[in-house]
Design a protein around this ligand. Sequence first.
Ligand code: NAP
Ligand code: MG
Length: 413
Amino acid sequence: MAGGMPKIVAKNPIVEMDGDEMTRVIWGLVKSLLIEAFVDIKLEYYDLGLPERDRTDDAVTTAAAHAIQRAGVGVKCATITANDDRVAEYHLKKAWPSPNGTIRAILDGTVFRKPIVVKNVPPMIRSWVKPIVIGRHAYGDMYKSAEMRIRQPGRAEIVFTPADGSEPQKILIHEFAQSGIVRGVHNLDASIRSFARASIAYALSEKVDMWFSGKDTIAKIYHGAFREIFRQETEARKADFEKAGITYTYLLIDDAVARCVRSSGGFLWACMNYDGDVMSDMIASGFGSLGLMTSVLVSPEGKFEYEAAHGTVTKHYRQHQRGESTSTNSTATIFAWSGALAKRGELDGTPELTRFARLLERCVIDTIESGIVTKDLAGIADPRPAGHVTTRGFIEAIAETLQSRIESGAVAR
Ligand code: NAP
Ligand code: MG
């Protein structure tokens, strides 16, 4: 590091997962200019870029997930989810599954999305001054359902046939007198419990109040089971909630929506699968930009994997490939790194590493608020900046600020 300042030393490793396209370009810049220049940390490197996933028959993705289980903390670059077009483009053996899906399944984790709040990118809702985090259950309900078109009069029933050969359970859905539609959905106690535990782990880790919402006044058994499992799990961690100074509240989904809009933010909203799908897009656009949305996967045992919520920004990568200048926002990628470093510091009892991570975040926010922004923010920032900087220019501006603040002792304090 310039000026001969000693680097901040991390005790334990972080699992680093490289990715694809424009975010892979950003990854290299962030790693060398903002992380390795200042921090001495062992990075367990896994290349989840599509060529390497193809070469290893996707074994590299599974290995990375197991490494996160061991190390406790990972940071991941955005990756291409292969489809037919990508199979042709990269001459793949097959359309490998989404790495995020594979890792989520191995860690049994829940994804939490959190916006980065900057003063000059005002949210659409004026009262939102603190981030609103959405936790989305990622199993079952509408996404694993069986549906049927009913074309004539008849009875639709739910039948459960016990594996032990005992008497089937039967319940009438509807006696159809005319054509219509029917759908069967399910969930699993174990999955709901993991979701509740991951939500609790996140709320305690971030020290934010936790909401869970459903419609148990109508779906008394289905949503009632979610509500009851969340009650049991939060009850079991009551002492930890008190110690962290946070609360748990169950709300009817419509009440939660109304309260969310009127709130000043600063809470975790744990959502059922469909609600989370809908609400995370509402919150993301309400806060302004995809480049400002971070994402963390939390396992019920408290293992953390940080990443940006956006994809590999293919359109910008095509410009980069043509040798044109780009202006891609690296904020969410930098926050993925800072989130992982802060967590590493917290788990290892090395507060100077956590302070470095928070300082890095401060430098990013101050850079944006000083009017140095990438193209995506140039159009929506208020006051309107004079222009925009390049992908590299933005990261270099942050590195300069970081360097000068470290030299004046910001991490030591
Ligand atoms: P995307 O990469 O999120 O980009 C969609 C558009 O959003 C971009 O074209 C750009 O708009 C804007 N954008 C997103 N991130 C930005 C940033 N950091 N800075 C500035 N603008 C940003 O989504 P996609 O194009 O649909 O997907 C591309 C690839 O990413 C796909 O192969 C998909 O499988 C993958 N993907 C991966 C993940 C993940 O790994 N977590 C998540 C989603 C998608 P403009 O073009 O208007 O500037
Ligand atoms: Mg959606």
